[in-house]
Design a protein around this ligand. Structure first.
Ligand SMILES: NC(=O)C1=CN([C@@H]2O[C@H](COP(=O)(O)OP(=O)(O)OC[C@H]3O[C@@H](n4cnc5c(N)ncnc54)[C@H](O)[C@@H]3O)[C@@H](O)[C@H]2O)C=CC1
Ligand SMILES: O=C(CO)COP(=O)(O)O
Length: 349
């Protein structure tokens, strides 16, 4: 029976522990709070993050990292990305043998522009890691923990490791595909949070479904534009970790990013929103990272750029929408320049 240590006892870490426990794996769930670990062990609940959910009794929780890592052959990282480096440093000093690292966190690091798998590789020496795998896709913790049908993607440069993770998680409620395009999977999963913030914001401003569809479609275009510049495969953005996750995050009441955007659209400030949410809103930090990365790579990302101004430069959300709508006219399809006609459809108007 594989023994898995899940690091991060928030909503997603707890929900993924349910999947692993349902598959009869031995799960140790680590979180910072001793009270929360006691609640999980004694009441089999995590009321703060998954109210109303009864957890499998086999999940063992602890707030002692050394104890959590003992005997584990696979580590699943599900902490907010801003906590990732610190936790990896702590893991490194407690690890005695190589393990498989899986992560399910979604974000890009500002200033370094690194994806989570790259941060893991930077912090954990090669002799302590067997492989690095990401698990990503349209999957709200609230639905996974109540065993509703869900599909995700397991991705790694090491396909054997991606398949190992597929087998760990796969069951009749939780279907796992594999995809070798690690860059595309991580970029899609991280950047959709920016667009979800924007979708929530337009809704908070009182705009309707047309605006939401526009944001999602043109948002996916700019995610793919940056992703392909970084080496991702275009088809990955049409898959679960791209379009799939964009749909679920931009349209679900469960989305923390959508809800945060919605409050900002209604006039609340970013600090007020973060205080009220009490949960991680990854899209805010990732907007900063993607904005910086797009400037560096000279990739046009107008939605990300507009959102960056709202979040970090005090621009009014209405003004950002007006600016987006007033941009110079363009072709929809990227490889055509204005004035050129599509060689496949070379007809006079
Ligand atoms: N909630 C969901 O449905 C999904 C979340 N994710 C991703 O999973 C990651 C975690 O998100 P959630 O579980 O939703 O967050 P959450 O807000 O529900 O819980 C965050 C957890 O991390 C802990 N934490 C915060 N700072 C920490 C630190 N410095 N060191 C150690 N632990 C710390 C908190 O105590 C809490 O237990 C994020 O990257 C998110 O994008 C991905 C897919 C689905
Ligand atoms: O990534 C998610 C669903 O796939 C969760 O998104 P939120 O963090 O916006 O809730």
């Amino acid at each position: 029976m594989p023994s898995i240590t899940v690091l991060g006892a928030g909503s997603w870490g707890t929900a993924l522990s349910v999947v692993l426990a349902d598959n009869n794996h031995q799960v140790t769930l680590w979180g910072r709070s001793a009270d929360s670990a006691r609640e999980i062990n004694e009441n089999h609940t995590n009321v703060k993050y998954l109210p109303g959910v009864l957890l499998p009794e086999t999940i063992q929780a602890t707030n002692d990292l050394q104890e959590a890592l003992k005997g584990s052959d696979t580590i699943l990282l599900v902490v907010p990305t801003k906590a990732m480096r610190d936790i990896l440093k702590d893991i490194k000093s407690n690890l005695e043998r190589p393990v498989t690292f899986v992560h399910a966190s979604k974000g890009i690091e500002p200033e370094t522009y690194l994806r989570v798998s790259e941060i893991i590789e930077e912090e954990i020496p090669e002799n302590l890691r067997k492989a690095v795998v990401v698990l990503s896709g349209p999957s709200h913790a609230e639905e996974v923990s109540t065993r509703q049908p869900t599909t995700v993607t397991s991705s790694s440069v090491n396909m054997k490791a991606a398949e190992f993770v597929q087998d760990l998680f796969m069951n009749t409620n939780f279907r796992v595909y594999t995809n070798p395009d690690l860059i595309g999977v991580e970029i899609g999963g991280s950047l959709k949070n920016i667009i979800a913030l924007g979708a929530g914001m337009t809704s908070g401003l009182g705009y309707g479904d047309n605006a939401k569809a526009a944001l999602m479609t043109r948002g996916l275009a700019e995610i793919a534009r940056l992703g392909m510049k970084l080496g991702a495969k275009p088809m990955t953005f049409a898959g679960l970790s791209g379009l799939g996750d964009l749909i679920v995050t931009c349209t679900s009441v469960h989305s923390r990013n959508w809800r945060a955007g919605n409050m900002i659209g209604k006039g609340r400030t970013v600090p007020e929103v973060l205080e009220e949410m009490g949960m991680v809103v990854e899209g805010i930090r990732t907007t900063k990272a993607a904005y910086q990365l797009a400037s560096l790579e000279k990739v046009d990302m107008p939605i990300t750029s507009g959102l960056y101004d709202v979040l970090f430069n005090g621009k009014e959300p209405e003004a950002a929408v007006e600016e987006l709508m007033g941009r110079v006219k363009k072709h929809e399809v990227e490889d055509l320049k204005l004035g050129e006609t599509d060689p496949l459809n070379d007809m006079e108007p």
